[in-house]
Design a protein around this ligand. Structure first.
Ligand code: SF4
Length: 105
């Protein structure tokens, strides 16, 4: 859950929701709009893999992108990141730079 909890907290901050809506396990307790995150393969990896140091993503971004390609919620994840205009870290198999390019069309 470690990796996904990090994603969830970032998403909640961006959406304006309060972090206190998280349960003790880091899940949204009400209607769980982010339930898809429970299926993310990134849960099995350290957050640093998906959030490599800014300006030095290098091979870590490549590893994260490879993991994403096998993830059952890659589409939900990419849609979420694009919808929240989150340009930091690997989401849905893309880097922030790649998502910005998608966003610009
Ligand atoms: S697509 Fe990648 S970043 Fe998104 S939930 Fe799956 S493994 Fe995590």
């Amino acid at each position: 859950m470690k990796g996904t909890e990090h994603l969830l907290k970032r998403g909640l901050r961006k959406s304006g929701m309060r972090i206190s809506t998280l349960s003790m396990r880091g899940r949204v307790s009400a209607d769980r709009p982010y339930a898809w995150m429970d299926q993310g393969l990134c849960r099995k990896f350290p957050p640093e893999v998906f959030f490599p140091e800014k300006g030095n993503p290098g091979r870590e971004a490549d590893l994260a992108k490879q993991i994403c390609q096998s993830c059952p919620v890659i589409n939900e994840c990419l849609e979420y990141a694009l919808g929240n205009r989150d340009w930091f870290g690997v989401w849905g198999g893309t880097t922030g730079t790649e998502r910005q390019a998608i966003h610009r069309g």
